[in-house]
Design a protein around this ligand. Sequence first.
Ligand code: GAP
Length: 518
Amino acid sequence: MSQNQPVESPAMNESLVPDMKDIVALCKRRGFIFAASDIYGGINGFWDYGPLGVELKNNLRDLWWKHMVTTPPVGPDGQPVQIVGLDSAIIQNPKAWEASGHVGGFSDPMVDCKETKLRYRADHLKIIRVDSPDKNLFFAFIEETSEEEMAAKVKKVLGKSVQIGAHESFLECVDKLHLIVAPDAKESGTLTPPKQFNLMFHTYVGATASEENKAYLRPETAQGIFLNFKNVMDSSRVKLPFGIAQIGKAFRNEVTPRNFIFRSREFEQMEMEWFCHPDEVETWMNFWFEERQKFWKNLGLSSDNLQMRQHGQDELSHYAKEGLGTSDIEYRFPFTAPDFGELEGIAHRCDFDLTAHSEHSGQKLEYTDPNDQKNRFIPHVIEPAAGLTRGVLALICEAYTPDPNRPSGVYLNFHPSVAPKKAAILPLTAKDSHVPLATKIYMDLREHYAVDLDIKQNIGKRYARQDEIGTPFCFTIDDQSNEDSTVTVRHRNTMKQERIAIESIRTYMEKEMALMAQ
Ligand code: GAP
């Protein structure tokens, strides 16, 4: 989403970029993602995950947990690294958010438009300058606006076509507010000066809605980990370096939630805080850069659509201002293309959080070297922080493959490990002779894989549905199946069909999925 250019951006064929409208429509049509409170017209920035969306999200969640906690990677010394899990409360003592800096600082600069009553994040606006005969005007646009859209808007306001040139950031132009035409306004001078707006949702704990009872919904899962650093150290056998991982909901009252589930107000994060000796930060930072990129590539995100980008000094969070800073793993989403948008941040948080919680709580949050009890220090933290729901969006965008040669016109080319259904069992007809055998195969297979038994409708429509939900294989049961115990298997990507023995279905799936995963 930044204006930074990718370090090495491979050539992008514009016609290959899928349209977000089509992706959003498929997600609704097939039960991946719905607008929250859809029947009441939705609620901006909130989304519900339907029957297939929740399966996809759970698959990504479980793969992350496996990669981080159950079978964590092998470290630079050839030994598996040590990471334990955690599930902390969404609401914590409000003092925790004062210590973490979120009460005082977790805010975005925001401007209002007096004409349209719309609100924008000032750091997400870009400004272009247009010379007109009577006065110079400045036009503000939200950062994803294309050059064609900008040119059309300027033409509408000025009545003439202009060449769209370089743009400046809004925050550099606050002295020209009277000359700026807001993104949705007709007149200039309608934007207010930027105001800081805290992103934390709050509520009241207990019966009285008083200031003392005010509490916050967590804006990141990370703080729950720092709050439990001592508990985990005291109760488990972890030794430095080690990690604590957590997956869960986070809430931010984003000023401008947009781009489907990319920036929402309720979302899920997968975060791991890696505690290590300050002298080892560089080694571990490089290790986690590599591991985290490998993780996303192993789930099918192509290298062309991924890049690492180091934060500029002006973008750094309060906790990453010292030390090695933050780098993002970015994905080329259809709405950012040819640019990239953040998928995961890998930050050197230094000892900021443990020091702050130690000072505010009065509890010692240090590590004692087991081989030298006099050696006590506050560990440094490296944090790979990924969006689970944003990851789901990247997986869907990557999988979305228009194909005019098939009835559905599109299929989802999911990596088999994330596909919500690994196979569909389809009796050719709803006849008595096909359904019992199909049901038997389904009952056997469902013990091993997430599979679908789909009985009604003509077979073409059922294939189309499975293509659109990204099921790698369809097994069809027909008259011949009862005679020679074979089925027809249809492969999602090639649409090729072949006949295989019922007893070899599982080995067939295992082999083919391994091939698809390469
Ligand atoms: N603990 C550090 C932290 O929260 P962040 O960059 O603000 O860092 C980490 O968030 C990840 O969470 C992001 O890379 C993104 O994938 C996801 N994320 C952040 N805000 C989000 C939002 N409003 N909607 C969806 N995902 C979001």
